[in-house]
Write a protein that binds this ligand. Structure first.
Ligand SMILES: Cc1cc2nc3c(=O)[nH]c(=O)nc-3n(C[C@H](O)[C@H](O)[C@H](O)COP(=O)(O)O)c2cc1C
Length: 301
């Protein structure tokens, strides 16, 4: 018998725990000709802001060993255009949509949530509190601001609120607990790691902003440690994220405590990798005669 992959994440039914990571899958519908979107657990869309943003200057992507660096700077079409175009297209797909949002003030986050309220087909909102590529400090490093944002959006949202945190924190478990106490329904751990690379031919930084966010295979053990630590302290479910390339990687995150995972760099390389990860997850667990994927969540504890 095949392993059941369905999970209930923060009250949302997912057919499997494999999600797209924000910013690496566009707004989702663009990929519909390449892979069957209804096979995915959920689509987490590119972070949107109140006003459109052109993002950071080029170059904003670079290779760094077996990882990648980016400094996209939240380029996006803005919430109003998002509701008119991508969201209406996504409403035809039978896959839950989690919308990632960001702002520089609590007022901006709340304004976006008010615009998104009652829009179909939104199942959850992921608060990007962790973008490393903006001039201001990372939001989850500013506790009073983060408190204002989470409490504010909770008042106006009628869907689950997921807080996406930066791994650049001394005690990720304490921060996760704080976010849970503020009322967040779930966590995403983690965003990229602030990093840089230098071109030794030109003696110049590889990115226009000098520093950017590191993602891909090499960050996986770092992010798994974050999930493991947070899982010891919080009750809310966790989306594990960072360097997931295979079904085995997804299993590792789930054993550490993730109830679902989101896949970024690997789906940028090829969106088909998402489907491979789902299939691999199913075949490994089936071979092990585990009847439901839920059984492995936090197995290590
Ligand atoms: C090109 C690129 C763009 C990204 N844009 C966003 C974004 O808009 N919002 C966000 O929350 N995370 C963004 N991320 C971070 C990813 O969602 C993910 O957290 C990170 O890349 C780690 O996962 P991975 O190693 O599987 O890529 C971006 C990552 C990349 C590589």
């Amino acid at each position: 018998m095949k392993t059941k992959l369905s999970v209930n994440f923060a009250g949302i039914k997912l057919k499997n725990p494999i999600l797209t990571a924000s910013g690496t899958f566009g707004y989702g519908y663009e990929v519909a000709d390449i892979i069957p979107l209804e096979k995915l657990g959920a689509i987490i869309t590119k972070t949107i802001t109140l006003q459109p943003r052109i993002g950071n200057p080029q170059p904003r992507i670079a290779e760094a060993g077996n990882a990648m660096l980016n400094t996209i700077g939240l380029q996006n079409i803005g919430v109003k255009a998002f509701v008119e175009q991508p969201l209406s297209k996504l409403s035809k797909i039978k896959t839950p949509v989690f919308v990632s949002i960001a702002g520089s003030t609590a007022k901006e986050y709340i304004e976006i949530v008010k615009i998104l309220r009652n829009q179909k087909p939104i199942s959850a909102i992921e608060l990007n509190l962790s973008c490393p590529n903006l001039k201001k400090k990372i939001i989850c490093h500013d506790l009073p601001l983060m408190k204002e944002i989470i409490k504010g959006v909770k008042k106006f949202s009628n869907v689950a609120i997921i807080a996406k945190l930066s791994p650049l924190i001394t005690d990720i478990a304490e921060l996760a607990l704080c976010v849970q106490n503020l009322g967040a329904d779930a966590l995403t751990l983690t965003n990229t790691y602030p990093a840089m690379a230098i071109d030794v031919k030109t003696f110049k930084p590889k990115l226009s902003t000098i520093k950017g966010g590191l993602s891909g295979a090499c960050i996986k053990p770092l992010s798994i440690r974050c999930v493991y630590d947070a899982f010891q302290k919080v009750k809310i479910p966790i989306i594990g994220c960072g360097g997931i390339m295979t079904g085995e990687d997804a299993i590792e995150f789930m054993l550490a405590g993730a109830s679902a995972v989101s896949v970024g760099t690997s789906s940028l390389i090829s969106p088909k990798n998402l489907i491979n990860i789902i299939n691999e997850l199913e075949s490994i667990l089936t071979e092990k005669k585990i009847n439901s994927v839920k059984k492995i969540v936090g197995f290590l504890r």
